[in-house]
Design a protein around this ligand. Sequence first.
Ligand code: ADP
Ligand code: ZN
Ligand code: ZN
Length: 746
Amino acid sequence: MKFANIIVDISHEKLDKTFQYMIPEELEDQIEVGNLVTVPFGRGNRELSGYVIEISDEPAWDVSKLKYLIGIKEQEIKVESVLITLAGFIKERYGCTMSKALKTVIPVRESVKDKEKKYLRLAISREEAAKFYEKYSNRKNTVTRAKLIDELMHVEEIEWSAVVSKMAVSQAVIRGLEQAGIIKIVRSTVFRNPVGHYEQDERRLELNEEQRQVVSGIIRDMDEGNLKPKLIFGVTGSGKTEVYMEIIEHVIAQGKEVIVLIPEISLTFQTIKRFYRRFGDIVSIINSKLSKGERYDQFRRAREGDIKIMIGPRSALFTPFKNLGLIIIDEEHEGAYKSDSVPKYHARDVAIKRAQISHAAVVLGSATPAVSSYYHAKKGHYDLYTLTKRANKLSLPKVDIVDMRQELESGNRDIFSRQLKSLINEKLAKKEQVMLFINRRGYSSFISCRKCGTAVKCPHCDVSLTLHKRSNGDKLICHYCGYQIYAPKTCPSCGSKYIGKFGIGTEQVVEKVRQEFTEARVLRMDFDTTRGKGDYEAILSSFEQYEADILVGTQMIVKGHDFSNVTLVGILAADLSMFSSDYMAGERTFELLTQAAGRAGRGEKAGEVVIQTYNPEENCIVCAANQDYEHFYKNEIEYRELMTYPPVYDMMAILVTDKNEEFADFATKDIANRIEKSNLEGLRIIGPSKASISKINDVYRNVIYIKHPDADILIKVKNAILRYLDMVDAYKNLQIQFDFNPMGIY
Ligand code: ADP
Ligand code: ZN
Ligand code: ZN
């Protein structure tokens, strides 16, 4: 008799434990760890599904109390234990239910209809076909039939779509030949390949000396079994992608598989094309625009060994490769690698974990490494490799900071400084292109009163409403709960008429550009203009083909695009991301500015960058202008050390929410007291306090932060809190959320 420990597929805290079932004898040989099975659950024996996470020969309970599981729900896809172990790690560290963690790591198991492909073949022998060919080719109105038969006599089968589109044979002709019994239509299910087909290109760039050293160093480490994570710190354009591809080739040659994480936003046609050219059909990509079915297909192809390289954002990490050799994380500093919904896992940490379990290597790459990654490299937890030169021997752009306070003093109230204006004119005259960048935070424009200073807020949330232009009347919308009203004409608090928009957005910048540079062709790229499938690529390729002179956008335009004709990048308001009072604001601003500056001069012409700011002395701005990461890092890490912030200490945010404000306050205080009483050495507690957005959707939000140099201590505290809440009846419905090393503050 065998027993299966099963995680029942219910996302409820109280049910977040394993249940043991007996395995019916006839299933004993089939069941594996990772199977999705059906079980009778509870008193009513409700049929539920669950994941087998362990199989044992010994019962953990009195056998008379155990039930038999009903059956295997899905035989085909079994989750490797690596992924389940990973789910266990995610549950522990990031504080969520096992069932949520499993849902994160296991490919979507929706039954999806495979796309069918139709092929044409001869239904008769070649000799017979030759006779029909003779007959048809001699008649004027049947030459297309002859043409098709001729083709089919030479190749075994032709895809239906090719026959119709490329050979221009009508469906009627095909049907006619089918009915005459000359050809047949065969159907086969095919895997959906979301990117279509690319010709492989054998040509290789010859690596420069620096690149060669990085490649050989990392390969040597891997071959010697030194699997410490590698960090490649390489300036923009230093040829990191070439380095990745060289290492990937080595790993593939050893018969292993590779996962390449690229932030969704940089997952452009250009990048993907480079990988396809180099590796051909063993490459696949996933992204959030794929349907569930397409995604499922990609994972299935990976499982079945059809593909060896999976490229994608965060979730590509869970590609069910059986023989994983390498995980690459490009732009490893990107905030998008941290999930912003539960479980709030960081792909870098989970990647390192997965690599550990699978004995694979991890290579992180960035021009502006996350402060935490550089810290780990300096501490010797990661091996550091550097690329200091641009691969194509271009110099880094010339960067100028413009103090916008001085502009104002000199009477220029424009959003463009005089310097930026004259440079734009100069570039337009030379037929070169310009990118104008505005921070996303500045995009959400809200309405405030110039007289009493109040901003119009959401009644259900502690946030200002955002203005949305609508043809039937402008609206104010809450981005947190969806509440909306027509924009008021007078101030709701003081009745003043002087109520208006604050903050500039991409739309206004475009308007201003059109006024100022009347001849220029302008493109806009932001969340609103890239909603549809393919919009993003369409704007970029239009700009690349010089169908516009100026591209205005949010951080979307900052990442990883190579436009050889862009010689000027203007950053309109560098400060906006620093206003939020969180410990990572400086890091984010530095990254954004450096990456934005890196967009200028990617071709043969030199690049220039203008950073407009109201805080020209700010460390992160000065260092970004000088492209001086070391200096930035030194300052930043001193501050983190002083404040015992990550990466020096690990930190856990504990978010307590309830509809009843008093109860939320009471519970948060109680939890904080418990933590304090635990008297753990070295543990630091901040709070309890109200979250910076203290109410969302009429739910009150409080927060406690705990910090400790040892992550395990934080996890112990988390588990103790969960146990405590479990014991107290009053807390049965209290919502609590954990965020390990949060990317900002709550
Ligand atoms: P990164 O990923 O570091 O920004 P890329 O790999 O995209 O850099 O390379 C930047 C540019 O330099 C690309 O156009 C690439 O084709 C080119 N490049 C990279 N390595 C070499 C090399 N060894 N010789 C010539 N050009 C190179
Ligand atoms: Zn709201
Ligand atoms: Zn007012």
